[in-house]
Write a protein that binds this ligand. Structure first.
Ligand code: SAH
Length: 278
C-alpha cells in the first residue's frame, strides 16, 4: 500500500500509454468480493494502478495483482486523508501523464460516492474514462438482512438520502427535505447517518412519521461481522448508541423492516449451507 505521507513512486514501466491515459471508475460493492460485477472483477485483475477508498474491503483489494501500484486515498468520517480536490488532482495528474488507472470506490461510484464529481473532472480535462457500476450498500444490506425495500404491500417509493452534515461550524446540520422523507408507504434508506441518527429520528417524527415506524440499522453489510439492529424510528438512536454502532452503517426506515422477521433467517444462512440445501 502506498501511504500518502510518502512520496508517490510508481513502477515506471507499465501502464503508460502515449497521450492521455484512461480512468475506470469501478464500483467495489458493499464488501463481499462475490458481489463484484464480472466486469469489475476483470478490471481489478488487469489493473496496474488503483486509487481506492477506505470503504473498499481487503477481500476486494486482494483481486488486484501484487505487481500493481495501490494508492489509498481513503476518507474516514472527519479525517480525510486527502481532500476530494486532492483526489481529483492526483487522478488527473496520473491519467494526464498517460497512466491507465482504476479508481475503486465502495458500493456504486455514482451513489453518494462523489464519483459524479470525479467523472466531471475527467470529462473537463478530456481524459477518457468509463464507469463500472457496483452493488450499492442499500442493495447489499437489503439482501443480506431480508428486508425487501419496495415490497408492494409496504412501499410505493424508495428514497436514498444522506445523513451527512452540511454547512460550516455551528451551522452544520442535516439539511434534508423532511416533508418528503416523512411520507407514508415509502421506504427511506439513509447513508452516512450514524452520527446524525438522533436528529434524523427527531425530524421525521416532527414532520409526521410515527415514532412506531419500524426501522433498522445495518453495520458492515455483507462483510464479516455484519450486525443488524431493528427497532422503531423512536428507539433506533438509543439502540445504535447502546450497541456502539459505527460507520459504515445504513439506516432503513419503513414497514418493510417488519419482513425481516420472516425473511431474515434465509438471508442469514451462509451461501455454502444454502447450496447444500438446494
Ligand atoms: N457509493 C457507496 C456509498 C458511499 S457513502 C454505495 O453505493 O454504497 C458511505 C456510506 O455508505 C456509509 O457511511 C454507509 O452509510 C454506507 N455503506 C457503505 N458500505 C456499507 C456497508 N458494507 N454496510 C453498511 N453501510 C455501508
Amino acid at each position: 500500500m502506498t501511504l500518502l505521507s510518502e512520496p508517490l513512486q510508481f513502477t515506471p514501466d507499465h501502464g503508460i500509454a502515449a497521450g492521455p491515459g484512461h480512468v475506470t471508475l469501478v464500483g467495489a460493492g458493499p464488501g463481499d468480493p462475490d458481489l463484484l460485477t464480472v466486469k469489475a472483477a476483470r478490471a481489478l485483475r488487469e489493473a496496474t494502478l488503483v486509487l481506492y477508498d477506505n470503504l473498499v474491503s481487503q477481500d476486494v483489494l486482494a483481486l488486484v495483482p501484487a505487481s500493481a501500484d495501490r494508492v489509498y486515498v481513503g476518507k474516514i468520517s472527519g479525517h480525510h486523508s486527502l481532500s476530494q480536490d486532492g483526489i481529483i488532482e492526483l487522478m488527473l495528474r496520473l491519467a494526464g501523464g498517460g497512466r491507465r488507472l482504476v479508481r475503486l470506490k465502495g458500493g456504486d461510484p455514482y451513489i453518494f460516492g462523489r464519483g459524479g464529481e470525479e467523472a466531471e473532472a475527467l470529462a473537463g480535462a478530456g481524459i477518457p474514462f468509463d464507469v463500472i457500476p457496483g452493488i450499492s450498500a442499500a442493495q447489499g444490506a437489503s439482501a443480506a438482512t431480508g428486508i425487501p425495500l419496495t415490497h408492494r404491500d409496504h412501499a410505493e417509493s424508495l428514497v436514498y438520502a444522506t445523513g451527512h452534515l452540511r454547512g460550516e461550524g455551528e451551522a452544520r446540520t442535516v439539511d434534508l427535505d423532511w416533508q418528503l422523507l416523512s411520507r407514508p408507504r415509502q421506504t427511506v434508506v439513509i447513508y452516512m447517518g450514524v452520527g446524525t441518527l438522533p436528529v434524523i429520528s427527531a425530524q421525521l417524527q416532527a414532520h409526521g412519521l410515527s415514532g412506531n415506524t419500524p426501522a433498522a440499522i445495518v453495520e458492515r453489510a455483507t462483510q464479516p461481522g455484519q450486525r443488524t439492529l431493528t427497532g422503531t424510528l423512536a428507539t433506533l438512536p438509543e439502540l445504535a448508541k447502546r450497541h456502539d454502532v459505527r460507520a459504515p452503517a445504513l439506516i432503513m426506515i419503513g414497514t418493510v423492516v417488519l419482513l425481516r422477521a420472516e425473511l431474515g433467517q434465509a438471508a442469514a444462512t451462509p451461501a455454502v449451507a444454502r447450496t447444500a440445501a438446494a
